[in-house]
Structure formats: C-alpha cells, structure tokens
Design a protein around this ligand. Structure first.
Ligand code: PAF
Length: 283
C-alpha cells in the first residue's frame, strides 16, 4: 500500500488505472479505523478494481476546536490495520491539498442536512459536503462507500453527488456493531468502563421504540417514553430522538411510508449517535 500526500501524484495513478479500464473504489475516513471502516474497505475491494482509503481529519466539520484537538490521529496504526485488505493507496492529503491558501468555496446541501445532527452541530454538514466533494474529485472515484451509522451524512453525500453531477456511485453499507449492539465509532474509545457498559442501552431503547411505532403506537408518546428510558439508562443529555421520513429525512406527519428513528445522546460527555429503520405501518 502506497501512502500518497499530494493530489498530483494521486492523479497520475488514477489516470493510469482509468486508462487501463479499471474502476476505483474510495473509502473516505478521518482515521482511527475500526471494524466499521474495514467493512467499507472490504465492500470496496469486492466492488472495484483499485481501492483508495482517504485519511483526513477535516477541521471544517468540527464544531469546537477542543473536539478537533481531541480527535485521535493514528496514521501508523491505521496503515497497519489496512495492510491485509489489498488497498492500493492510503491518501493522506497535506492540509494545503484540500484547503489551499485563499480557499473560499463551501458546498452546502439544504433539506437533508437540516435538523438532527445539522441542528445540533451547525456548519458540520457544510464541512462534510465540502471535503467529500473534494475527495471524490481528487480520487476520481467511480464508487465511494459510506456507513449507514452516519445516515444523515450518507443522504447529504447522495444529494450533493446528484446535484453536482459527480460521476461517483455512492454505496451505502450497514452499520457494524459490537457483540453487545453498540454501533462502532471512533468515539467509543473515549467511554470509560462504566460508560462502555451503559452505551449499548441506546440500541435497546431504539429497538423498542421502533417496534412500538411500527405496531401502531403513537410516535410522540413512544418518543417521550424512550427519552425517559435513555435518562434512566444513565445518558446525561439527549440531543435528539426523532422519527424522520426515509430517505428524505423530512419530519413525518403520517406514518404510512418508510421512516427511520434517529438518536444522538451523550454519556459522560461522549456523544453517541445511532439509527434504525421503522417499516411503514400496514393498513
Ligand atoms: O464519516 C467520516 O469519517 C467523515 O465525515 C468523512 C466522510 C470522512 C468526511 O470527513
């Protein structure tokens, strides 16, 4: 696996691959790789001829300098984790390759980026949309792989690709969970032992609420109960617990269409997110 830091060097390689008729699969990451990321790499390996993993801790998607400073930077161990997966390139762009002097463009997606994490983290999805656009263009990606754990991000990326006529196919991949059900996330490392024991409750609460709504219970009441359940399970703050239409993420007024239940809640200051589909009600 080659580590490349400059876009011109990457471009020379991607041009040669495309000239040879090969397809390029890209897995964008901010590093701190875990089994969730590696499942995206496996999907890319199975679906394309050449695989590029990008590693760039994107300052523009963090809401606070403290959160950015705390984000793990683990390039060496990330490269080691990728070694068995047949990745051709780990693209770790130098900051000026992504945001050159005078950079003044923002990709801003409306609609799907509003509410949920978009409301809780102002500017976050502008940062994501801008960097993902750049990374898809720099890598000349034919396919790019995104996890459903960040479901709102996935919809933001799909929207920008459609709206900007990018050629990349966006491939959604299922959330990978620990054996106790906790969705894998780089943030899980920041939980202490007590937090780690309590964290899987977030999935139990989601499952029970999604099941009750699918069976016809009143969503507003179910969500109230679920918020209380999260507080009882030890979560200190619930950013949101919300039912949205799928895939447009619009607030729901009737429940006869596919929906998804979203949660963001903090445990000892560590913000966890998760989501589950809610099938449409019958009849
Ligand atoms: O999901 C992530 O790790 C990041 O938001 C992404 C897509 C790599 C953009 O920085």
């Amino acid at each position: 696996m080659k580590i490349i830091r400059r876009k011109d060097e990457l471009r020379a390689l991607t041009r040669a691959w495309h000239r040879a008729g090969e397809t390029i699969g890209v897995v964008p990451t901010m590093g701190a790789l875990h089994a969730g990321h590696l499942s995206l790499v496996e999907a890319a390996r199975a679906g394309t001829d050449r695989v590029i993993v990008t590693l760039f801790v994107n300052p523009r998607q963090f809401n606070s300098p403290a959160d950015l400073a705390r984000y793990p930077r683990t390039e060496d161990s990330d490269a080691e984790k990728l070694a068995p997966y047949g990745v051709e390139v780990l693209y770790v762009p130098d900051p000026d390759q992504v945001y050159p002097e005078g950079f003044a463009t923002t990709v801003s997606v409306t609609g799907v980026s509003e509410g949920l994490c978009g409301a809780a983290r102002p500017g976050h999805f502008d940062g994501v949309a801008t960097v993902v656009t750049k990374l898809l263009l720099q890598t000349d990606a034919d396919r790019a792989y995104f996890g459903e754990k960040d479901y709102q991000q996935l919809q933001v990326v799909r929207r920008l690709v459609a709206d900007l006529d990018l050629k990349t196919d966006i491939v959604p991949c299922p959330t990978i969970r620990e054996t106790d059900g906790l969705a894998m996330s780089s943030r899980n490392q920041r939980l202490d032992d007590r937090g780690r024991t309590m964290a899987p409750e977030i999935l139990r609460v989601l499952e029970s609420a999604a099941g009750a709504i699918a069976q016809g219970a009143d969503p507003a009441q179910v969500l109230d109960v679920a918020r209380d359940d999260l507080a009882r399970a030890g979560f200190d703050a619930v950013d949101y617990l919300d039912l949205r239409g799928d895939p447009d993420l619009a607030p729901l007024t009737c429940y006869d269409r596919p929906a998804r239940l979203f949660v963001a809640a903090a445990l000892d200051g560590v913000r966890l997110i998760d989501n589950l589909p809610v099938p449409p009600r019958r009849g």
